[in-house]
Design a protein around this ligand. Structure first.
Ligand code: SAM
Length: 321
């Protein structure tokens, strides 16, 4: 069964930093349920290029594209390939780019996509519906590779114990469904007072590996800064510390804010003067409490934003703290 809705996270803040203006060209690299795209199209008479690797998201977007003739173009593909996807359509520069990382409610709530440990479905987890599935990984990776994946991508402290249980279980019968895997994990990981399901971290790790999500973030950020026109804005919303760490480092580097190599230059001021970008957010912005009350999924959302210099004077005045 599909969810009927994806509630956009940090939408007000995204629009504030993206600040779409009439006549501009924007990119929504993670179209999903189209929540950001719709809001951008309403905010200004601009055009939006919208990418999603999930064919179901692109299909769903047709109705929105019909409401905005000539203003919304939907492209199926990875945002890490945005430069090529747009070059094929003759676009080489953009005024704003937004990435809302991770999976949509449509994907999580559809048990047939295999992202959720709450309802049974095939152990799939492929956003693009092609390539290696989570079941392929769980049934073929060596015990140590599995353990490393759970540790590095899920920050799961009991990774070795879980990997051992998986390898033992799959000797009897292949692990093909989400609940089968969740139960193997729950048997060896004790629940704690947080109420977080013991399978949460392992499912996150497998999902990140199946979709090469960290590789995509690096490729996407590099591509985004290539495409930004002077004054162009990049806004990224992430949902866990592995993602946010990559975004934070990348943006700080681009803005010349990397801590200096020596104690004589602790703020990296030498780099900063040569930087072509400026941070629009000094630290990650978090959702307001009204938002997290209305949408618990927003709780872990973190927004960071950056602009290519020179930022027009008017905008600089608006973003000054
Ligand atoms: C959190 S949802 C976006 C929700 C959207 N902002 C909205 O308001 O409806 C993330 C979407 O990005 C897509 N996605 C994730 N990684 C991607 C990538 N590397 N390239 C293209 N699409 C990606 C997913 O398929 C999913 O539909």
């Amino acid at each position: 069964m599909s969810a009927l809705h994806h509630e956009p996270v940090l939408l007000r803040e995204v629009l504030h930093h993206l600040a779409p203006q009439n006549g501009e060209a924007m990119l929504d690299g993670t179209f999903g349920g189209g929540g950001y795209t719709d809001a951008i199209l309403r905010a200004a008479d601009c055009t939006v290029w919208a990418i999603d690797r999930d064919p179901a998201a692109i299909e769903r977007g047709a109705a929105l594209a019909a409401r905005y003739p000539n203003r919304l173009q939907l492209l199926q593909g990875n945002f890490g390939e945005m430069v090529g996807l747009l070059a094929d359509r003759g676009v080489a520069a953009l005024d704003g780019i937004v990435l809302d990382l991770g999976v949509s409610s449509f994907q999580i709530d559809d048990s047939q996509r295999g992202f959720s440990f709450r309802s049974d479905g095939p152990l799939d987890m492929r956003m693009a519906v092609s390539g290696t599935t989570a079941a392929d990984l769980v049934n073929t990776l060596s015990e140590s590779d599995l353990a490393d994946t759970l540790y590095q991508l899920g920050e799961e402290r009991l990774s070795r114990r879980i990997a051992k249980a998986i390898v033992t279980a799959r000797k009897d019968t292949p692990i093909t469904t989400t609940l089968q895997l969740a139960e193997i994990i729950r048997r060896v990981v004790p629940g704690d007072r947080s109420g977080i399901d013991p399978a949460t971290r392992s499912f996150q790790a497998l999902r990140i590996r199946v979709n090469d999500e960290l590789g995509e973030i690096v490729r996407g950020l590099e591509a985004a800064v290539q495409l930004l026109a002077p004054g162009g804005r990049l806004v990224v919303v992430s949902f866990h510390s592995l993602e946010d760490r990559l975004v934070k480092r990348f943006m700080q580097d681009a803005a010349g804010r990397t801590p200096g190599p020596s104690r004589h230059d602790p703020a990296g001021l030498v780099d900063r003067r040569a930087a072509k970008f400026t941070l629009l957010t000094n630290r990650a912005e978090r959702p307001r409490s009204e938002e997290t009350q209305a949408n618990p999924r927003a709780r872990s959302g973190r927004l960071r934003a950056l602009a290519r210099l020179p930022v027009p004077l008017l905008q600089e005045m608006e973003i000054a703290p």
